[in-house]
Design a protein around this ligand. Structure first.
Ligand code: PMP
Length: 381
């Protein structure tokens, strides 16, 4: 098979699986237990936390909170900070291009009485800086934006946003880093909090982190035994967290080679698709090279996904999280694309280990699929 759905999830690295298995065999203890075995695993967990801080180049006062993944991290950060800051202001800002774990959390806060405002989007899917500046005022307490978009791959101007927010010290700036980590450089210290899911960088599912500065002021949203500094109660899954640190180390070690491979292969696929009349490339030219969103207007994305599946090529419609929903993808809508283009869109997301031989097979299959659906493509939009 040829796996081109890496933005949905990646194949776990063998070494990461091995670490996880070994930890479960030898160190299955509860890190909160008072006996020496519990203390030992608590030490290993602290070491993993320190390593993660190093791999992410995080400075103090950042803390690492282990979670079940970015959905939980985003919820903890956004709900917890909005509630903590309520007495200072009531306005919260985001874009319509965010992942549902951010967008729906922000909408939930709106239902609770927060004044939710959407920062506009430019035609190439970036957060519109002038719109952000217009919306900022003394009532704003929370701003959130993703680093790399999961549907299109566009890279958001995190540095610029952070510079602007320096003038608004009561604003908490949360960054959803899921699709960018290890592939697009970012100084995470520019954010006040940052979330990741391990399974997006060849780690395991059900595992993630929240890196957060203001650990003292945030309100907890999960109640229980008080693990993870009170933010994520529940018995700590030490093996999965230590495996996450391992996956991160491997990503860091390979960062340069991976970036080169992704850029070269991404460009090759883009240039190939560009040759096909009527097929549109939705991802902006300066997007991260590993996510390519394209459309066959007039053909349904699902039909294309099925057609490629027959060649054992696995890719996605818009994004796995929203592909089962009938509503149009919000990122594509926010970018002003027509319904025909949105319905005919598919996402090709690659990993660095994609071989030349696989690319050739993909090209061959693409050509066959194109010929199959060519008559249906609408050229006048
Ligand atoms: N944010 C982004 C940008 C994502 O792509 C995803 C996963 N699709 C998430 C958050 C949520 O991650 P998880 O499903 O692992 O909680």
């Amino acid at each position: 098979m040829i796996y081109l759905d890496n933005a949905a999830t990646t194949k776990p690295n063998e070494d990461v699986i091995q670490t996880y298995t070994q930890m479960n065999q030898q160190y299955f203890f509860n890190p909160n237990s008072p006996h020496s075995a519990g203390i030992k695993i608590a030490h290993l967990l602290d070491k993993a936390r320190e390593n993660i801080k190093q791999y992410l180049n995080l400075k103090d006062p950042f803390n690492i909170i282990f979670t079940s993944g970015a959905t939980e991290s985003n919820n903890i950060a956004l709900q917890g900070m909005a509630k903590a800051k309520k007495r200072f202001g009531n306005t919260i800002l985001t874009t319509k291009m965010e992942h549902p774990s951010v967008l729906e959390t922000m909408r939930g806060l709106e239902d609770e009485g927060f004044n939710l405002k959407y920062i506009k989007t430019t035609n190439d899917g970036k957060l519109d800086i002038s719109s952000l500046q217009e919306l900022l005022n003394d009532d704003v307490v929370l701003v959130t934006c993703m680093h790399v978009n999961n549907v299109m791959g566009q890279i958001q101007p995190i540095e610029e946003i952070s510079r602007i927010l320096e003038e608004y010290p009561k604003v908490h700036f949360h960054v959803d880093g899921v699709q960018g980590f290890g592939k697009v450089p970012l100084d995470i210290n520019l954010a006040d909090s940052y979330s990741l899911s391990a399974h997006k960088f060849h780690g395991l599912k059900g595992s993630g982190i929240l890196a957060i500065k203001q650990i003292k002021s945030i309100k907890q949203i999960i109640f229980g035994g008080g693990q993870e500094q009170g933010l994520r109660s529940g018995t700590v899954n030490a093996p999965v967290n230590i495996a996450l640190a391992k996956a991160m180390r491997i990503m860091n070690d390979r960062m340069e080679g991976n970036a080169q491979a992704l850029s070269q292969r991404g460009k090759e696929i883009r240039a190939f698709v560009e040759q096909y009349k009527g097929v549109l490339i939705n991802s902006p030219i300066d997007a991260a090279p590993y996510i390519l969103n394209i459309s066959f207007p007039g053909v349904k994305g699902e039909v294309l996904v099925n057609a490629f599946s027959k060649f054992e090529i696995y890719l996605s419609t818009t994004s796995a999280c929203s592909s089962k929903k009938s509503s149009h993808n919000e990122t594509l809508k926010a970018m002003g694309l027509s319904n025909l283009v949105i319905e005919g869109s598919i996402r090709i997301s690659i990993a660095p280990d994609l071989t030349n031989e696989q690319i050739e097979r993909f090209k061959d299959a693409f050509d066959k699929v194109y010929k199959e659906v060519k008559e249906l493509i609408k050229y006048e939009l």
